[in-house]
Design a protein around this ligand. Structure first.
Ligand code: 5GP
Ligand code: MG
Length: 478
């Protein structure tokens, strides 16, 4: 998963790019990069957090009023800077690109780019693949009289060639900023506008929290198959490109996006409370009501509050979190993940002592977090522990950019909920029923493939196995 930002401004943009990227830091912490344009491209990419990659000197060096930024969440083993973004080319136009998502037909597109256009993609970088595809299409146009319709035609050809999830922003040297999404609109991308004395300025960002911070008002989302171009004069041009059924990633609502963001017109925090309220009936069906409801901080909070508001048990904070250590989820081995969960979370004695405790997390993937927490809560005196997952059982890998690992690692991929309950050592285990989640998001049109196995881009078993194998090897991410 990654976070992207593109700014069409009228003055120097570097400082705002860096600040804006920091508000998207939750979407990726492994690498950060930015590119600006003032007649030439200026680039800075590095490993680590935004604050580690950019120093004051880069604000000076990254000159120009237009720019793109990226934060990267690589999965295991792919923290190479060569795979980081933004990417750029100088022919047939100066083009730079950032993207969020994951391409599912990488090898096929790479081969045809080489065979048909003599363009060699020598990294495993999805953004380079999308950019080269777009550039190869652009090359076919009459560049002296390149029209906006030509640009949109190139987007459509790119959408036909590239399968998977991608929300991208392309800076076209001297021409403007072009944003587009895959035909299903799997990943978020929002256009914001703000007024200045010199005229309006624009920004495309993965989440509205970034626009809020930079003072842009969210105007519209780049929906399924849509393309939006801001030209050199600041005029907005819209185009409906290749369109499939809407399949916005439901895991953005569950875990990935920040709680203050608005996605598809819905405030993420409110969505999490709604999902929490929907858990009341399966929790009631699971037997004796809990004495207390606690969250797994920070991602379980709104679900737990929602659940508590819909049943008789009180919500209390029963786990303290150390905010200063890295993520447990992407450690290389289970042993390291267990250790890191232990470092991160500790029960608050007295809150759980002698009680039947419902502990609410956003999701259970490998089950490492849940298993560790159940034993910690018992050691802190909990009489019984019911693990509650605001998401349905994760059963299938995500080929669209969320790091769900492979089926061998996903605890519910091949086991029943009761077997999972025994494995994590809980007295009860409650999952959000898939039908409840689907009912909540029917009108949005969401992808829930990680729960249902229904891939909106129609992946077959063979493609899935290939992607899992690739994931084991490299772990490309956007
Ligand atoms: P598990 O320990 O079961 O493998 O993972 C579940 C925990 O990881 C939950 O606490 C959840 O908040 C977190 N989680 C779920 N998906 C992701 C992800 O894609 N990335 C990261 N960093 N954490 C995740
Ligand atoms: Mg968590």
């Amino acid at each position: 998963m990654c976070g992207i930002l593109g700014i069409w401004g009228r003055d120097q943009v570097a400082a705002e790019l860096m600040l804006g990227l920091a508000t998207l830091q939750h979407r990726g912490q492994d690498a950060a990069g930015a590119i600006t344009f003032d007649g030439s491209f200026h680039v800075k990419i590095g490993r680590g957090l935004v604050s580690e990659v950019f120093a004051d000197k880069h604000q000076e060096r990254l000159r120009g009023p237009w720019g793109l930024g990226h934060v990267r969440y690589a999965t295991m083993g792919s923290t190479d800077v060569e795979d980081a973004q933004p990417v750029h080319v100088s022919y047939p136009y100066g083009l730079a690109m950032v993207h969020n998502g994951n391409v599912t037909n990488f090898d096929e597109v790479r081969e045809s780019l080489y065979a048909e256009h003599h363009r060699l993609v020598s990294t495993s970088n999805d953004a380079a693949l999308i950019l080269y595809t777009f550039a190869a299409e652009l090359e076919k146009c009459d560049l002296r009289s390149l029209s906006i319709l030509d640009l949109f035609g190139c987007v459509e050809a790119t959408q036909r060639a590239i399968a998977g999830a991608y929300s991208a922003v392309c800076l076209i040297a001297g021409r403007g900023l072009l944003a587009f999404a895959d035909p299903h609109g799997i990943r978020p991308l929002v256009l914001g506008r703000r007024e200045t004395e010199a005229g309006p300025e624009y920004a495309f960002a993965s989440e509205t929290t970034c626009l809020d911070f930079l003072g842009f008002e969210a105007v519209e989302e780049v929906g399924p198959g849509c393309a939006i171009f801001i030209d050199g004069q600041g005029e907005i041009h819209r185009h409906q490109g290749v369109r499939g059924r809407s399949a916005f990633c439901v895991f953005e609502f569950i875990y990935f996006a920040r709680e203050d963001s608005v996605l598809r017109g819905r405030v993420v925090a409110e969505e999490r409370e709604r999902m929490g309220r929907a858990l009341a009936s399966p929790v009631a069906a699971a037997g004796t009501p809990p004495d207390v409801i606690i969250d797994v901080p920070a991602s379980g909070y709104f679900f737990a509050v929602g659940l508590a508001s819909a049943c008789d048990a009180p919500f209390r904070r029963g786990l303290a979190k150390n905010h200063h250590i890295g993520r447990s989820f992407i450690q290389p081995t289970d042993e390291e993940r267990r250790r890191s969960v232990r470092l991160k979370l500790n029960p608050i004695r007295g809150v759980v002592d002698g009680l039947r405790v419902a502990v609410v997390d956003d999701s259970i993937v490998r089950g490492v977090t849940s298993r560790r927490l159940v034993s910690l809560l018992r050691a802190a005196g909990a009489r019984e522990v019911v693990m509650v997952s605001a998401a349905p059982p994760v059963r299938y890998p995500c080929p669209y950019g969320i790091d769900m690992s492979t089926r061998d690692e996903i605890i519910a991929a091949r086991q029943s909920p009761d077997a999972v309950r025994r494995l994590i050592g809980a007295d009860g285990l409650v999952y959000q029923p898939l039908e409840s989640l689907q009912a909540l998001y029917r009108d949005v049109g969401c992808c829930d493939a990680c729960f249902s196995g229904e891939y909106p881009t129609g992946l077959d078993a063979e493609a899935l196995t290939r992607i899992e194998r690739e994931k084991d090897r490299s772990g490309r991410a956007g």
